[in-house]
Structures are given as structure tokens and as C-alpha cells.
Design a protein around this ligand. Sequence first.
Ligand SMILES: Cc1ncc(COP(=O)(O)O)c(C=O)c1O
Length: 426
Amino acid sequence: MFIGVVEVEKKLKKKLAAKPLNFESFFSEKALGMKASEIRELLKLVETSDVISLAGGLPAPETFPVEVIKKITEDVLTNHADKALQYGTTKGFTPLRLALARWMEKRYRIPMSKVEIMMVAGSQEALDLLGRVFINPGDVVIVEAPTYLAALQAFNYYGPEFVSIPMDHDGMRVDVLRERLEELKGKGKRVKLLYTVSTFQNPMGVTMSLERRKELVKLAGEYDFIIVEDNPYSELRYSGEPIPPIKHFDSEGRVIYLGTFSKILAPGLRLGWVSAHPHFIRKMEIAKQSIDLCTNTLGQAIAWKYVEEGYLDEHIPEIIEFYKPRRDAMLKALEDFMPDGVEWTKPDGGMFVWATLPEGINTKTLLEKAVSKGVAYVPGEAFFAHREVKNALRLNFTYVPEEKIREGVKRLAEVIGEELRKSSSQ
Ligand SMILES: Cc1ncc(COP(=O)(O)O)c(C=O)c1O
């Protein structure tokens, strides 16, 4: 018999009021080291109020191809239910891996076989698998400064020593990277792994130039390390010419490429893929076996039809058409409202703009004020492995409509303007 919600709540209250267990004593050392982000906690409040949130990293639900997904699901369940509802192999649904191999070749001119592809539950799972497979405590992992926050979290669990390389408008400063590699070599430290979000980076929105991509692959050969190229955004290009992924220049199998359906289909399907040398794939496959046995097979079967029957290629221009006005609205609003001294990136694609405020302004402490004035952003600090930059912030332009983007940026500009006036009068 069901006891009802009220009864359950009562029981929970009793449980919470009872003499507490020594909860912490049960956790592993690694679990004790895991920390919730304070910023996420603060941003949770935003979800329930009428604050304009430019903080999230969500695709717009209007871009989800609902009708296509319905049609494909019907087809999959009518004709392939035996496979689509069954456990699958850890590596993933073979027809989808084949379809992706062909798509990677057509789209990026990267010749690929299905044995070089493994499906994962979003590229976030791949980041954890990479940590498991490659990182010993103390291993040097090179990251961009700033970089994708949840990659830092995923790798951090395995205890690496992060070495941060600064970014500019052409992506990672590969010249600085060379210097760091020399220094590390001088100290007898081996670099195993370098992580980059090469195109329309999260959080900066910038793209690594062609020359730097080639130079990076050359450096990886010279200093014998692996490049992890995380590429969720390259299909979302609103202006400029496409640049081949770093993986395109990889002749030795040094580049581990992460792709995802999150921004080109729907993140709720939790589907991504790893393209890498079969030797690396094999180890990641073994690591994945104990995590989830296999990636969601129904989702994989849907994605197979989506790629194979050309829906993906049809849908990408529709997403671009939807997001481009939002990107333009954000850049125009920044231009119209931001006070002197504030700089920002002008991305050709992706989902984010990165703004840098004058030195001395702390965007983390400013967030509370911004939220009270009805706008939210993500403070930049959390995107740095060593939290060294305090005066930057990330803005998302894909989730809220143009008028709200404009109003949100206006509110933010007022908050920043006020802060600047206050600091100049002190
Ligand atoms: C750079 C980067 N990598 C990975 C992910 C995770 O994506 P997925 O939904 O495929 O797990 C994101 C999501 O925002 C991202 O920005």
C-alpha cells in the first residue's frame, strides 16, 4: 500500500532529526575531495525567479527536432525493437558507429573505421573515461586557461597536476605551450595529455587557428603526448569559414576526438562518441564496461536513423538559422550598452561570449548584485584550473530569446557601470 507524500515527508523529517550518523566517515578519500560548485548553488536560485539567465549552457528546446524524433522512434520500434530495447555492446550500436564513421569522413575529411569509434553517454562520460585510463595522481595534464569547467571536475578526481596555457582570440597560445613543454622536460616531467575545446570554445567562444592546430599536432609528436580534442560546437557556425578539426591533421593516432549529439540533436538522449586509435578505444571500452555496460541503445538506434537518413545534415542549417540572430543580438547589445573598459569575444559560432572587465572587479562577488538586478552569468574564475582570473564572465546566447538577451545585457551593463563608478571614486 502507498503511504502518500505527506507520510513520506514526515518519515524523512524524523530521519533527519534523529542522531546523525557520522556520514563523512563512510566516504572514500576521493569522495571527500569532491566539492559542489558554489556558483551552481547560487545559480539554482535563478531558475525559480524572473531573473534573465545568461548563465546556462543549454541549447534552445525550440531546436529539438521533435517531429523527426517521433517518426524515427516509430520506425525503430516497429522494425528494430529487438536490438533497440536490448542490451548492446559496450562499444556501441554498430550501424550507428558505421554511420558516424562515414559522416566524419564526409564532413571533416577524416577517414575513419568503425573500430575507431566508441559510443558514450555524452562526451562528459568520455572525459571521465579519459581520467580513468590516462591519469595517475600527479600526472601533468595541460589545459586551456580558461577551459571547460566540467572537464576540470572530471579530471580532477584522478589527481592530476594541471598546467594552464593562456588563450587569445586564436585559441590556445601554442607558442607559450612550447615554452612550458620545454620547462617541464627540463624538470624531468612527462606530459601525457593535453585537453582542448578547439572550436567555439566553452567558455570563450574562440576557435584555434589553422596554423596553431598544425603546430599543436607537431608539438604532440615532438614531446610525445596525446591531444584530447573536445568538439561539441563546430557545427554551430554562424559566420566565417570552417576549419578542419585537429584530428584531421593526426597521422599517428595521437588525437582523441570527442563528438556529441547534445548540440545537434538533443542533450536528453545523452549520446556522444569517441574517435581514437583502436588501442585507446579498447582500453576505454574496458573502463566503460564497469560503469554502464553500454550506452542507451534506444537512443543509439534513433541517432543511427537520424544520421543515416540525412536528417542530421538537414537539421544543422536550421539550428544555425535559429541561433544566429541570438548571437547577433548579444554582440549588438554588448556594443550598445557595455561601459568603456569592458572587452568581449566575438565568436563565429557556438553558444558563448566571454567578457573581461577591468582589473580589480571580482565577477564572483558581483554576481549576487547582478542577480538582484535581474540578470545572471557565470563568473569566469571557475573555468581556470588555478582560479587565477577574477574579472571575467561567461554569457550564453542560445537559450533566451533576442529581446531578453538585449534586456539582460543592458541590466548587466548597468551593474558593471555602477561597480566601475564605485571603484573609481574610492
Ligand atoms: C566543451 C564541452 N565538452 C563536453 C560537454 C558535455 O557534453 P555532453 O552533453 O555530450 O556530455 C559540454 C557541454 O556543455 C561542453 O561544453
